[in-house]
Design a protein around this ligand. Structure first.
Ligand code: CUA
Length: 152
């Protein structure tokens, strides 16, 4: 009967939704923005203890913090490498205008506002190369502003 058909169809939909949710939560890319971060003087980024020498820092067995400075039209460092199966927290600030930091194919996406330190965390499970792009218009070179996250 039609009733059984629709019951079956709705079950398929429900299972489909569950699979979609599960699929979306594995692999690289649960992003969280920490609003409790302190402020930073954009003119003194170079003198900052962490942002003056940005890069990857191991903070736990499988935990890394990566300080990244955004500036028209690049990220420093532009190429970031972390081991697989690690939790990676990016700490981000800008020296000039508003940029963003989006790891392609993941939920990791945050604005980078001068004077503020943005924070976004990804689960770097799967080895591979992940593009990083600026999705906030920041000037004439905006479209060329990119980086790379390599999970090895
Ligand atoms: Cu930086 Cu767009």
């Amino acid at each position: 009967t039609y009733e059984k058909f629709w019951l079956g169809a709705s079950m398929v939909l429900i299972v489909g939704f569950i699979l979609t949710i599960t699929y979306g939560s594995v692999g690289l890319g649960i992003a969280m923005v920490d609003d409790s971060e302190p402020t930073i003087n954009p003119e003194n980024v170079g003198d900052h203890p962490d942002f003056g020498d940005p890069g990857v820092e191991q903070v736990g067995e499988n935990e890394y913090v990566v300080h990244v400075v955004a500036v028209q039209f690049a990220y420093f460092p532009g190429e970031i490498e972390v081991p697989a199966d690690s939790t990676v927290t990016f700490k981000l600030t800008s020296e000039d205008v508003i940029h963003s930091f989006s790891v392609v194919g993941t939920n990791a996406n945050t604005m980078i506002i001068p004077g503020e330190i943005a924070s976004v965390t990804v689960e770097a499970d799967e080895p591979g190369e992940y593009g990083i792009v600026c999705s906030e218009y920041c000037g004439s070179g905006h479209h060329d502003m990119e980086g790379k996250l390599t999970v090895v």
